[in-house]
Design a protein around this ligand. Structure first.
Ligand code: SAM
Ligand code: SF4
Length: 412
């Protein structure tokens, strides 16, 4: 008996939840400056759901009408046994209960996994790529991995996977490179989505130094390209245009400057089994305890129902203020990923919590450990100055002004 298992997932504002992003690990083989601090504390493995538990949770969501699952992290491809999970979930594709199984990856290990992903029924993946310049990439990711990522993208394409590029727009680091990244992606028949930095979790830098308004980026692109609005919507924060000159699709994810909440169709599950109903709020329900308390899904479904009822109407993000605390304490790598040490105390009832507590991180300081295929060193990390002054990472003209910025020049 599955209780309310057969009912679909609707929240209090009439939105149907059909998409779950599942973080399979909080660990990562990179340390992107906007995402993590360099000495990021990771969860002890004991707190993380097993692959079997992740599979069971996903299956419960699929039974409740979820049609799309995205595996993410941390870096999903550093989770041991990840392909076992992918293959297990692909049975929902086979029986028609799931429309799409996909993942978001930094691409470092894609060469190894592309073929297996395609064979398991994955059709499209998102690959994060913030720069095509090796030094710039190394500075942003704190790892000299651009060659592996480009090779991984090539392998994915060869395997028949459709790749979408995700690029976080960073005022200091890659603003001048944005047109080139767009041209690069479109020349390879890949969509590209630009993302504004979001104030999630503490990082080593002040985010106001990195924040680049995509409104300004769009304005600048429109000074030399024709951007035609595209009706395509993902139910998420992305808005799309078609670039007439390149023929490719370009997305803008602007959580800080554009309200996308009315059509939100998604929730986020951390690798510890915490369900976040909104990227920009700390409301969360623990699913791990009900999952572990019974082999039946009644308790789990009841907790999922409570989560749906608690999905907030809109997120809380504010434009970054210099020196301010992050709007949301957890890092992006926690949704997936979560470092609440007292996670188990949330209670079997799946209490909604809004404390946004950050954990001490426990003992799992996994710094590119042996089980993680890490970068081949940190060339460029210590050596790359914050601004090499050679024009490649030049401060965007007008970058000090958030509204009137001219982030880059027309590409040659
Ligand atoms: N490691 C994988 C990757 O980088 O693609 C998957 C997880 S990562 C958290 C998912 C996406 O979130 C990436 O595209 C990354 O660039 C983006 N991201 C991480 N922290 C962010 C932040 N503070 N603001 C905006 N985007 C962020
Ligand atoms: Fe970078 Fe993704 Fe790792 Fe965060 S989780 S450090 S965005 S690769």
């Amino acid at each position: 008996m599955q209780g309310s298992a057969q009912s679909g997932l609707n929240d209090a504002f009439g939105r149907t939840i059909s998409y779950v992003r599942v973080s399979v690990t909080d660990r990562c083989n990179l340390r992107c400056t906007y995402c993590m601090s360099e000495d990021m504390q990771f969860l002890p493995k004991a707190q993380v759901l097993t692959l079997e538990e992740l599979e069971r949770l996903c299956a419960a969501f699929v039974r409740r009408g979820v049609r799309k699952l995205r595996l993410t992290g941390g870096e999903p491809l550093v989770r041991k046994g990840i392909m076992d999970l992918v293959r297990a979930l692909s049975r929902h594709l086979d029986d028609g209960t799931l429309d799409e199984l996909t993942l978001t990856t930094n691409g470092v290990r894609l060469r190894e996994f592309s073929k297996g992903l395609a064979e398991a029924g994955v059709k499209r993946i998102n690959v994060s790529l913030d720069s095509l310049d090796r030094l710039t990439f190394a500075r942003i990711a704190r790892s000299d991995c651009l060659p592996q990522v480009l090779d991984g993208i090539a392998a994915a394409t060869d395997a028949g996977l459709k790749v979408k590029v995700n690029t976080v727009a960073l005022k200091r680091d890659n603003a001048a490179e944005i047109p080139k990244l767009i041209e690069w992606a479109h020349a390879r028949d890949m969509d590209i989505t630009l993302i504004e930095t979001m104030p999630l979790g503490a990082v080593d830098e002040d985010r106001t130094d990195q924040f680049l308004s995509l409104q300004a980026v769009r304005q600048e692109l429109e000074s030399f390209w024709t951007l035609n609005d595209s009706p395509e919507r993902s139910g998420g924060p992305a808005r799309y245009v078609r670039v007439a000159e390149t023929g490719g699709r370009l997305g803008f994810i602007t959580p800080l400057t554009h309200n996308f909440c009315d059509t939100c169709n998604r929730v986020r599950l951390t690798c510890t089994g915490t369900l976040f109903m909104c990227l920009g709020q700390d409301s969360a329900v623990d699913l791990r305890e009900p999952l572990r308390a019974s082999p039946e899904d009644d308790l789990l479904n009841a907790a999922i129902d409570r989560a749906m009822a608690a999905k907030p109407k809109a997120h809380d993000f504010l434009l970054p203020v210099r020196g301010a605390q992050p709007a949301v304490a957890r890092h992006m790598s926690m949704t997936g990923g979560c470092q609440w040490p007292e996670h188990g105390k949330v209670g079997i009832s799946g209490q909604v919590r809004r404390d946004g507590a950050r954990g001490s991180g426990g003992s799992g300081l996994a710094r590119r450990g042996a089980d993680l295929v890490g970068p081949a060193g940190l060339a460029g990390r210590e050596s790359a100055p914050a601004d090499p002054g050679d024009g490649r990472h030049a401060h965007a003209p007008g970058a000090e002004s958030r509204s009137g910025a001219r982030p880059f020049a027309r590409p040659r």
